[in-house]
Design a protein around this ligand. Sequence first.
Ligand code: FEO
Length: 397
Amino acid sequence: MQPIEIRPNIYWVGVNDRSTDLFEGLWPISNQGVTYNAYLIKDEKNALIDLSKETFTDDFINQLESLIGLENLDYVITNHMEPDHSGALLRLRELAPQAKFLGMNKAVAMMKDFYTIDQNVEVLKHEQTLSLGRNTLKFIYTPFVHWPETMMTYMIEEKILFSCDGFGSFGCLDGVLFDDETSDQGFYEREALRYYTNIIAAFSKHVLQALDKLSAYEVQMVAPAHGLVWRKDPERIISLYKYWASLATERSEAGVTVLYGTMYRNTERALEHALQALASENVPVEVFNVGLTDPSYILPELWTKQGVLIAAPTYERAMFPAMVHALNMAEIKGVRNKTAAYIGSYSWSGGAKGVFEGYAERLNWDVVGTHEFIGSAKANDLEQIRALSRQLALKSK
Ligand code: FEO
């Protein structure tokens, strides 16, 4: 996409990434892509806010050079040093040696750590302002959204919040930039939740602290570093963030997320009984096969729904490995305070139940029941599985 003027003399200079398969080497984006949004402010002093991933440096520099000679760039503001936004720094340092690189204390340290850049840099302080001429920037320190150096930049006169990862989403921009232009805002909201649960959620306490700081500012436009720019209804994405962050400690929506893995369908056959029991209590259910579904797509459901049913066999005295991977991601991302149950088959020794109980204890899950059975589930097993599933449904409303 070509640069887009989002307000007079303020330009989106982002790039679409349609070729990366795994964001951070972990999260699938082959079908959705992602953007690296950066913003150029042309004023008496010219400032760039954020950059792009190294792979897209040429596209990014071309975007910039179509608007400004790089010798005229005065400031480069780094809201966040993760390399999806800072990867072009080294090249920009070569092309614009006169530009001062600005960031919070830890960002400046990272410039040296990642890129050995330590000349013509300046450390910013929380709520420091920078006049560009007509426009004034104010830097709001928002640590751990989601790295220790992260900050947001607020443009006082235009009331624009350049929020970097905060309020961002996976998903390329298909020719349009703004919330009022897209024909599928729901797609970006779903991808914003996936981004939140995959990237940000472990730091929800810090997100709430950041939102508290931001509440002192009138925001007419949210301009993140990934995905849509919100100008028609910036409060929409801010309120979604408030809600998602609150779920780290508060009760989630009614519903049960079912994660299952199966080797020879013994656990799967038992699961069918559990699903009918859940349905009989009229609770929303979403089912994921962990052997086929990346945790990236499971985390949004785990995060927003109260109940969790884990159905997985024992595998070599422990738990089915794909389920361990899913539960491990849930633990890393802080999926806590759920209502949960476990069912699964074993052959010559148990093991999966104990693994589940370990996760449940560490994540403060309220376990309503567990049932493991040898081989195939018999009538007595199925009766217990149906009973604990009904109990799970009732406690997940
Ligand atoms: Fe979009 Fe934390 O980088």
